[in-house]
Design a protein around this ligand. Structure first.
Ligand code: UD1
Length: 416
């Protein structure tokens, strides 16, 4: 298994550019199933999660090519509505296929999804939403069968603004016979990007980005072309890398409005930020402890919780982080402890007592964002660190070590 070797205490400097968003790309790839034809998606990162989604679509009958940073997806010959169990287990995002397959075939069969080890991650909200627009869902010991002789549209009121369930509902409702209103919808930028793509395909959707989405179903959708929005989580990770190393870096290719809560927190922590129209400069200073609660957008993103927590381990004073979105998303904490961090966890709350310095250690990435957090900690730590299980990090960051090298970090990838 590959690992990263990092020599810490280098102040990062220079420009780094972010890729297209993984979390926008995955539902868009799924949405292509709603048409028969050739869709083109631009600005697509080269990531394990995306390759896996390519494999699933190919298995369902799609033809997919990658050309530079674009994916060309021909969904003319999709001929299966069942998602193989081993692929469902490997990637939770495969649950996005439920809405489009139901829309296309009026039938879908899948097992419960897998993915990052950050809590049980149920799919009850997805299923409930699909039932509200006419699907009949049957749980057959580990398998889900959903059928919709008639997708009618309907009223969906989410108990919690789940990103994936909102996206699934939008995709199925786009080709339902009636109108669907989704209330307490997720407001994440990736949901708005899905609306843009679906509307280019001919859907009639308004309201994405707010908590109420209206979908007027249409008979059919056509293939379309779309450039995916920048990855706000990758951007936030680089900004945090700038702050934790007390460096001076510019993160290019971002939409700052997607990051304003994180920007506010970085300022509160003591970093200096200059926000331009498509780039953000960060200069690290003396870091101060802060309190953070993760929340659905526009609140502080749970995907930046681990990287931010890593930074707070060397901030002056005490910080409190409350993780309200996912239980069990504190797997980086034990590993950070090996590097000298002082953190106590009680339920969903972590209390971090800042220490002057972390020291290099051998640690293992327990999941995607926790892995990124360990890389950031290693960049700031005294001495050499080894980060094992890099494959988790490769799920969501394209060539993280190359991009960090570009801004001066001493990091290399080693194969066994
Ligand atoms: C998406 C992102 C993920 C991010 C998360 C929250 C993708 C591919 N992934 O995940 O990176 O961390 O949003 O911003 O876009 N829940 C239920 N029942 C459901 C669905 C969700 O209880 O049917 C719970 C989950 O267990 C979790 C919370 O709702 O506690 C948030 O999940 P959700 O917003 O659905 O996240 P994902 O779409 O899985």
């Amino acid at each position: 298994m590959e690992k990263f070797i990092v020599a810490g205490e280098v102040q990062l400097s220079g420009h780094v550019k972010v890729n297209g968003a993984k979390n926008a790309t995955l539902p868009l790839m799924a949405a292509t199933l709603l048409s028969t034809g050739v869709s083109v998606l631009h600005n697509i990162p080269q990531l394990r999660d995306i390759t896996m989604m390519q494999d699933i679509l190919t298995l369902l009958g799609a033809k997919i090519y990658r050309e530079n940073g674009s994916l060309i997806i021909d969904t003319t010959n999709i001929n299966k509505e069942e998602i193989p169990e081993h692929l469902m287990r490997e990637m939770r995002a495969s649950v996005f296929l439920m809405g489009p397959l139901l829309g296309r075939f009026r039938r879908v069969r899948l097992s419960f999804p897998g993915g990052c080890a950050i809590g049980p991650r149920p799919i009850n909200l997805h299923l409930k939403a699909l039932e509200k627009i006419g699907a009949v869902v049957k749980d057959r010991s580990g398998f889900i069968d959903a059928e919709a002789v008639h997708l009618t549209g309907g009223e969906i009121n989410f108990d919690f603004p789940s990103v994936g369930a909102t996206e699934n509902a939008m995709m199925a409702a786009a080709v339902a016979d009636g109108t669907t209103i989704i209330r307490n919808a997720a407001r994440e930028p990736e949901v708005a990007d899905l609306q843009s793509f679906l509307n280019k395909m001919g859907a009639q959707i308004t309201g994405a980005g707010t908590d109420t989405i209206r979908v007027d179903g249409v008979a059919r959708l056509a293939a379309a072309e779309h450039a995916v929005i920048p990855d706000r989580i990758e951007a936030g990770t680089f900004l945090t890398a700038g702050a934790i190393t007390r460096g001076d870096i510019v993160v290019d290719g971002v939409i700052p409005e997607h990051l304003f809560t994180a920007i506010d927190k970085l300022q509160e922590i003591g970093a200096r930020l200059d926000v331009g129209s498509g780039s953000i400069r960060i200069r690290g200073g003396e870091l101060r402890g802060v309190d953070i609660k993760t929340l659905p957008f526009p609140g502080f993103p749970t995907d930046l919780q681990a990287p931010t927590l890593a930074m707070l381990t060397i901030a002056k004073g005490t910080s409190i982080i409350t993780e309200t979105v996912f239980e069990n998303r504190f797997k980086h904490i034990d590993e950070l402890g090996r590097m000298g961090a002082k953190i106590k966890v009680e339920g969903r709350t972590a209390v971090i007592r800042g220490v002057p310095k972390l020291s290099g250690a051998i640690v293992a990435a327990p999941d995607l964002r926790a892995g990124a957090a360990l890389v950031l900690a290693a960049l700031a730590a005294e001495g050499i660190s080894e980060i094992e299980q890099v494959y988790h990090i490769d799920r969501g960051y394209e060539m993280l070590e190359k991009k960090l090298q570009g801004i001066g970090a001493k990091i290399v990838r080693r194969s066994p």
